[in-house]
Write a protein that binds this ligand. Structure first.
Ligand code: PLP
Length: 410
């Protein structure tokens, strides 16, 4: 029997995360399905940032580095989000961006495996990752072997210093088995770096139990930390003593305010820092993490899976006959929290949807991507989005959208 909107409303009533939607400020008339590019605004963040600006900056001034806890904030926020990663707290910090942290981790890993000449990396990974991999390989005179994510485990050999891949694919949402791939890399003596951009806050993670060496994740997607929120970085405790990352700025120094010549690395995860923490962004992210208080990550993953299953079912019933196809896995057990639907006019369809307040994103050449912030997206939102796609296609409304669009960000 075909689903109805009432069926979806009943699923929302039974959803253990229904209450979490009230933790967010969602504009009227907007159906927000873009949590995997920029999470929605959690309640309390604006007030916290305003207080930080007015009190800590405006009145505390430079004293706030000590009195308001600014100096300690990267590690403190890392400890706050470590449970979402399945990581003991002292192994996580927030700092910089994914790409910058990836650069630091790749070089650090290569320095831990001197003499090895190969990097194994994911073919088709988010382009920024592979741009960084290529540059690091050039710097070190190494060879990169690009293979699909599912083939990374088999591609490592005794010459592999490091393997780098996404845990959840930004396109297909396919989840890689972190424990299994990491074990395969270790079996050949290499190290593994995981990109958690589409994982943190979206699926249950167990970095410690998976034996991961290093990981980087995103603050502005499923953690809802705001545009440009700092990335987080994980370094397993066993690598702390020998960690030698290349961006040796003063905040990664053991005693930055002694102003001594020569670099002496800070102990522990603080060695991943380079520069002065960006306190406006840190403040927003720290407050945003309150939205996860008391939330179990297996509920989050189950909700994302249910929303994805629903969209796929509705796609099959309503959109496949109209020229759409799926670019995401059907198997919910191996799928993260987004669904990618392809259509030859995907760009125009997405623009038409955005015009109706249904916001997803577009990934060239033809992918309409819908990301489900599991704390605030409802089953009825998925229903409404699919029916809107159906209407845009059936009515031909997409044909009124000019190509190419004027916006730099899709
Ligand atoms: C999988 C993945 N890796 C890396 C990045 C790049 O992140 P950043 O802009 O923080 O360098 C993104 C951004 O969306 C991403 O989705």
């Amino acid at each position: 029997m075909a689903l109805t909107r009432e069926d979806c409303a009943r699923l929302d009533e039974a959803d253990p995360l229904t209450h979490a939607r009230r933790r967010f400020i969602l504009p009227d008339g907007v159906n927000y399905l873009d949590g995997n590019s920029l999470g929605a605004l959690p309640g309390g963040v604006a007030e916290r940032v305003e207080a930080m600006v007015r009190q800590e900056w405006g009145i505390g001034l430079v004293r706030s580095w000590n009195t308001a806890g600014w100096y300690e904030s990267p590690g403190r926020i890392g400890r706050k989000l470590a449970p979402l990663l399945g990581a003991a707290p002292h192994q996580v910090t927030v700092t910089d961006t994914i790409s910058v942290n990836l650069f630091k981790l790749l070089v650090a890993a290569i320095r831990l495996r001197p003499g090895r000449r190969t990097i194994v990396a994911e073919q088709g990974n988010f382009p920024s990752d592979n741009h960084v991999v290529d540059s690091v390989a050039r710097m070190h005179g190494m060879t990169v072997r690009y293979v699909p994510a599912g083939a990374v485990a088999a591609a490592v050999d005794d010459d592999t210093a490091v393997a780098e891949l996404s845990h959840v694919s930004y396109r297909t949402a396919e989840i890689q088995d972190m424990a299994q791939v990491t074990a395969a890399v270790h079996a050949r003596g290499g190290l593994a770096i995981w990109d958690l951009a589409h994982s943190t806050g979206a699926v249950a993670l167990a970095l410690d139990d998976s034996g991961a060496d290093f990981a980087v994740g995103c603050g502005y997607k499923f953690l809802n930390g705001g545009p440009g929120a700092p990335s987080h970085v994980y370094v397993a405790q066993r690598h702390h003593a020998a960690l030698d990352q290349p961006l040796t700025g003063w905040f990664g120094h053991a005693a930055p305010f002694k102003f001594e010549p020569g670099f002496a690395r800070a102990d522990g995860i603080r060695a991943m820092l380079c520069s002065t923490p960006q306190m406006l962004a840190n403040t927003a992210l720290e407050a945003a993490l309150d939205a996860f208080d008391g939330i179990a990550m297996h509920d989050v993953q189950a909700k994302g899976r249910a929303l994805g299953d629903l969209m796929i079912r509705l796609h099959d019933e309503r959109l496949a006959p109209l020229g759409c196809d799926l670019a995401t896995l059907r198997d919910g057990a191996r799928r993260g929290n987004h669904v990618s639907i392809t259509h030859a006019a995907g760009y125009q369809v997405m623009q038409a949807l955005i015009g109706r307040g249904i916001i997803g994103d577009f990934r060239a050449p033809d992918v309409m991507r819908f990301g489900f912030g599991p704390l605030y997206v409802r089953h009825v939102d998925v229903w409404d989005a699919v029916l809107a796609v159906e209407d845009v296609l059936r009515s031909g409304a997409w044909q009124a959208v000019p190509l190419p669009g004027p916006d730099a960000v899709t």
